[in-house]
Design a protein around this ligand. Structure first.
Ligand SMILES: [Zn+2]
Length: 256
Protein backbone atom coordinates (compact mmCIF):
# COMPACT_ATOMS: atom_id res chain seq x y z
CA UNK A 1 0.00 0.00 0.00
CA UNK A 2 1.53 3.28 -1.04
CA UNK A 3 1.31 6.39 1.05
CA UNK A 4 -0.56 9.08 -0.84
CA UNK A 5 -2.43 12.33 -0.33
CA UNK A 6 0.26 13.69 1.97
CA UNK A 7 -0.66 16.90 3.74
CA UNK A 8 1.76 19.13 5.63
CA UNK A 9 -0.50 20.16 8.51
CA UNK A 10 1.56 23.20 9.53
CA UNK A 11 3.92 25.29 7.46
CA UNK A 12 4.60 28.95 6.65
CA UNK A 13 4.16 29.56 2.93
CA UNK A 14 5.48 33.12 3.03
CA UNK A 15 8.90 31.81 4.04
CA UNK A 16 9.14 28.75 1.76
CA UNK A 17 11.70 29.19 -1.04
CA UNK A 18 10.56 28.36 -4.57
CA UNK A 19 12.70 25.21 -4.52
CA UNK A 20 10.95 24.27 -1.28
CA UNK A 21 7.57 24.12 -2.99
CA UNK A 22 9.18 22.02 -5.75
CA UNK A 23 10.64 19.65 -3.12
CA UNK A 24 7.27 19.32 -1.38
CA UNK A 25 5.54 18.36 -4.64
CA UNK A 26 8.37 15.99 -5.62
CA UNK A 27 7.90 14.18 -2.30
CA UNK A 28 4.16 13.85 -2.78
CA UNK A 29 3.20 16.64 -0.37
CA UNK A 30 0.47 18.10 -2.56
CA UNK A 31 -1.46 19.91 0.15
CA UNK A 32 -0.38 22.06 3.08
CA UNK A 33 -1.86 24.29 5.74
CA UNK A 34 -0.06 27.59 5.88
CA UNK A 35 -0.15 29.18 9.33
CA UNK A 36 0.05 32.91 9.91
CA UNK A 37 3.07 34.56 11.49
CA UNK A 38 4.33 38.13 11.27
CA UNK A 39 7.54 38.39 13.29
CA UNK A 40 7.70 41.61 15.33
CA UNK A 41 4.41 42.93 13.91
CA UNK A 42 3.46 46.38 15.19
CA UNK A 43 0.25 47.00 13.25
CA UNK A 44 -2.88 45.01 12.52
CA UNK A 45 -2.42 45.85 8.83
CA UNK A 46 0.74 43.73 8.80
CA UNK A 47 -1.44 40.70 9.53
CA UNK A 48 -4.12 41.69 7.02
CA UNK A 49 -1.49 41.97 4.29
CA UNK A 50 0.07 38.67 5.41
CA UNK A 51 -3.28 36.86 5.27
CA UNK A 52 -3.81 38.18 1.76
CA UNK A 53 -0.32 37.20 0.62
CA UNK A 54 -0.46 33.61 1.83
CA UNK A 55 -4.05 32.95 0.77
CA UNK A 56 -3.61 34.75 -2.56
CA UNK A 57 -0.15 35.20 -4.09
CA UNK A 58 1.57 32.24 -2.45
CA UNK A 59 -1.43 29.96 -2.91
CA UNK A 60 -1.30 30.62 -6.67
CA UNK A 61 2.47 30.23 -6.80
CA UNK A 62 2.41 26.91 -4.95
CA UNK A 63 -0.52 25.61 -7.01
CA UNK A 64 1.50 26.21 -10.18
CA UNK A 65 4.07 23.66 -8.99
CA UNK A 66 1.57 21.19 -7.57
CA UNK A 67 0.97 22.17 -3.94
CA UNK A 68 -2.53 23.24 -2.84
CA UNK A 69 -2.24 25.68 0.03
CA UNK A 70 -4.85 26.28 2.70
CA UNK A 71 -4.62 29.01 5.30
CA UNK A 72 -4.93 29.37 9.05
CA UNK A 73 -5.34 32.94 10.27
CA UNK A 74 -4.39 34.39 13.63
CA UNK A 75 -1.97 36.47 15.67
CA UNK A 76 1.28 34.57 16.44
CA UNK A 77 2.92 35.22 19.80
CA UNK A 78 6.15 36.19 17.98
CA UNK A 79 4.41 39.32 16.70
CA UNK A 80 1.54 40.80 18.68
CA UNK A 81 0.64 44.22 17.26
CA UNK A 82 -0.37 47.04 19.60
CA UNK A 83 -3.80 47.07 17.95
CA UNK A 84 -4.13 43.25 17.97
CA UNK A 85 -7.83 43.44 18.86
CA UNK A 86 -8.50 44.78 15.35
CA UNK A 87 -7.08 41.55 13.91
CA UNK A 88 -9.29 39.45 16.21
CA UNK A 89 -12.37 41.40 15.12
CA UNK A 90 -11.65 40.59 11.47
CA UNK A 91 -10.88 36.87 11.90
CA UNK A 92 -14.51 35.72 11.36
CA UNK A 93 -14.53 37.55 8.03
CA UNK A 94 -11.34 35.79 6.89
CA UNK A 95 -12.72 32.44 8.08
CA UNK A 96 -15.55 32.76 5.55
CA UNK A 97 -13.07 32.37 2.68
CA UNK A 98 -13.18 28.91 1.17
CA UNK A 99 -9.47 28.13 1.57
CA UNK A 100 -9.18 29.47 5.14
CA UNK A 101 -9.51 26.38 7.32
CA UNK A 102 -8.89 27.51 10.89
CA UNK A 103 -7.23 29.76 13.45
CA UNK A 104 -3.44 29.60 13.78
CA UNK A 105 -0.73 29.79 14.57
CA UNK A 106 -1.59 31.11 18.00
CA UNK A 107 -0.29 30.32 21.48
CA UNK A 108 2.17 31.60 24.04
CA UNK A 109 5.92 31.75 24.60
CA UNK A 110 6.07 33.10 28.15
CA UNK A 111 2.46 33.27 29.38
CA UNK A 112 2.57 37.05 29.87
CA UNK A 113 -0.76 38.77 30.62
CA UNK A 114 -0.79 40.09 27.02
CA UNK A 115 -0.16 36.64 25.52
CA UNK A 116 -2.95 35.19 27.65
CA UNK A 117 -5.40 37.87 26.60
CA UNK A 118 -4.60 37.46 22.89
CA UNK A 119 -4.81 33.65 23.00
CA UNK A 120 -8.09 33.64 24.92
CA UNK A 121 -9.69 36.02 22.43
CA UNK A 122 -8.62 33.76 19.54
CA UNK A 123 -9.83 30.60 21.26
CA UNK A 124 -13.20 32.30 21.60
CA UNK A 125 -13.26 33.05 17.86
CA UNK A 126 -12.41 29.41 17.11
CA UNK A 127 -15.17 28.21 19.44
CA UNK A 128 -17.78 30.62 18.06
CA UNK A 129 -16.97 29.63 14.47
CA UNK A 130 -16.50 25.93 15.22
CA UNK A 131 -13.14 25.76 13.42
CA UNK A 132 -9.84 24.05 14.30
CA UNK A 133 -7.23 26.08 16.16
CA UNK A 134 -3.48 25.41 15.88
CA UNK A 135 -1.57 26.15 19.08
CA UNK A 136 2.16 26.82 19.16
CA UNK A 137 4.14 25.52 22.13
CA UNK A 138 7.30 27.26 23.32
CA UNK A 139 10.88 26.03 23.63
CA UNK A 140 11.06 26.50 27.39
CA UNK A 141 8.83 25.93 30.40
CA UNK A 142 6.74 23.76 28.12
CA UNK A 143 4.67 21.68 30.52
CA UNK A 144 3.65 24.68 32.60
CA UNK A 145 2.69 26.77 29.58
CA UNK A 146 0.86 23.90 27.88
CA UNK A 147 -1.03 23.36 31.14
CA UNK A 148 -2.09 27.01 31.21
CA UNK A 149 -3.19 26.87 27.56
CA UNK A 150 -5.20 23.65 28.03
CA UNK A 151 -6.90 25.11 31.12
CA UNK A 152 -7.76 28.17 29.08
CA UNK A 153 -9.13 26.07 26.21
CA UNK A 154 -11.28 24.10 28.65
CA UNK A 155 -12.54 27.33 30.25
CA UNK A 156 -13.43 28.78 26.85
CA UNK A 157 -15.23 25.56 25.94
CA UNK A 158 -13.16 24.45 22.95
CA UNK A 159 -14.07 21.10 21.41
CA UNK A 160 -10.88 19.08 22.18
CA UNK A 161 -11.07 17.40 18.78
CA UNK A 162 -10.63 20.80 17.11
CA UNK A 163 -7.63 21.75 19.26
CA UNK A 164 -4.20 21.07 17.73
CA UNK A 165 -1.27 21.35 20.15
CA UNK A 166 1.75 21.63 17.93
CA UNK A 167 5.43 20.80 18.31
CA UNK A 168 4.43 17.88 20.53
CA UNK A 169 7.22 15.86 22.13
CA UNK A 170 7.57 13.30 24.91
CA UNK A 171 7.41 16.07 27.53
CA UNK A 172 3.86 17.24 26.70
CA UNK A 173 2.28 14.37 24.78
CA UNK A 174 0.65 13.00 27.95
CA UNK A 175 -1.07 16.35 28.62
CA UNK A 176 -2.26 16.55 25.00
CA UNK A 177 -3.63 13.01 24.94
CA UNK A 178 -5.33 13.38 28.31
CA UNK A 179 -7.13 16.49 27.09
CA UNK A 180 -8.16 14.72 23.89
CA UNK A 181 -6.48 17.32 21.69
CA UNK A 182 -4.74 16.51 18.40
CA UNK A 183 -0.93 16.39 18.64
CA UNK A 184 0.86 18.37 15.94
CA UNK A 185 4.07 16.49 15.13
CA UNK A 186 6.78 18.81 13.86
CA UNK A 187 9.49 16.63 12.34
CA UNK A 188 12.97 18.13 12.67
CA UNK A 189 16.17 17.68 14.61
CA UNK A 190 15.26 20.14 17.39
CA UNK A 191 11.65 18.90 17.69
CA UNK A 192 10.39 15.38 17.06
CA UNK A 193 12.78 13.08 15.20
CA UNK A 194 11.51 10.13 13.13
CA UNK A 195 13.29 7.77 15.54
CA UNK A 196 11.60 9.12 18.68
CA UNK A 197 8.27 9.13 16.83
CA UNK A 198 8.47 5.47 15.86
CA UNK A 199 9.91 4.35 19.20
CA UNK A 200 6.93 5.93 20.97
CA UNK A 201 4.33 5.50 18.26
CA UNK A 202 1.50 4.59 20.64
CA UNK A 203 1.84 8.04 22.25
CA UNK A 204 1.87 9.99 18.98
CA UNK A 205 -0.52 7.83 16.96
CA UNK A 206 -3.35 10.41 16.98
CA UNK A 207 -1.06 13.12 15.62
CA UNK A 208 -0.58 14.96 12.34
CA UNK A 209 2.86 15.29 10.76
CA UNK A 210 4.20 18.67 9.71
CA UNK A 211 7.40 20.41 8.67
CA UNK A 212 6.64 23.88 10.17
CA UNK A 213 9.03 25.43 7.67
CA UNK A 214 10.39 28.86 8.54
CA UNK A 215 13.58 30.82 8.02
CA UNK A 216 14.26 31.29 11.73
CA UNK A 217 15.85 27.91 12.40
CA UNK A 218 17.39 25.03 10.43
CA UNK A 219 14.61 22.97 8.86
CA UNK A 220 13.34 21.47 5.63
CA UNK A 221 10.20 22.40 3.65
CA UNK A 222 9.56 18.67 3.07
CA UNK A 223 10.89 17.53 6.47
CA UNK A 224 7.82 15.49 7.36
CA UNK A 225 8.70 13.02 4.60
CA UNK A 226 11.57 11.70 6.76
CA UNK A 227 9.01 10.48 9.29
CA UNK A 228 6.95 8.81 6.57
CA UNK A 229 10.03 7.02 5.19
CA UNK A 230 11.18 5.91 8.63
CA UNK A 231 7.72 4.59 9.53
CA UNK A 232 7.69 2.62 6.25
CA UNK A 233 11.16 1.21 6.96
CA UNK A 234 10.00 0.13 10.41
CA UNK A 235 6.93 -1.56 8.92
CA UNK A 236 4.37 0.69 10.59
CA UNK A 237 0.90 -0.16 9.27
CA UNK A 238 0.17 1.87 6.11
CA UNK A 239 -3.25 2.91 7.42
CA UNK A 240 -1.59 4.47 10.47
CA UNK A 241 0.94 6.29 8.29
CA UNK A 242 -1.81 7.52 5.97
CA UNK A 243 -3.78 8.98 8.88
CA UNK A 244 -0.75 10.72 10.40
CA UNK A 245 0.61 11.98 7.07
CA UNK A 246 -2.60 13.40 5.64
CA UNK A 247 -5.82 11.53 6.41
CA UNK A 248 -6.39 13.15 9.78
CA UNK A 249 -5.56 16.64 8.51
CA UNK A 250 -7.85 16.16 5.50
CA UNK A 251 -10.78 15.42 7.81
CA UNK A 252 -9.98 18.05 10.42
CA UNK A 253 -9.56 20.84 7.88
CA UNK A 254 -12.13 19.58 5.39
CA UNK A 255 -9.62 19.48 2.54
CA UNK A 256 -9.89 15.91 1.35
ZN1 LIG B 1 4.83 27.43 12.89
Amino acid sequence: MTIKNLIDSHTHAGMIPYDGFIAMAANGINKAVSCSIVISARYAESYFDHFRAISGFYRQLAAAVGVDLYTAVGVHPAGIPGDWARVIDKLPEFLKEETVVGIGEVGMNNASPLEKEVLKAQLEVARDNNVPVIIHTPKENRQTIVGIMLDMAAGVGINPGLLVIDHAHLDIIGQINEFGAVPGLTIRKQNLTPGVLVDNLELFINGMLNSDYSNIMPNDPAGMIEAVKHMQQENVDANIINEMAGGRAAKLYGIS
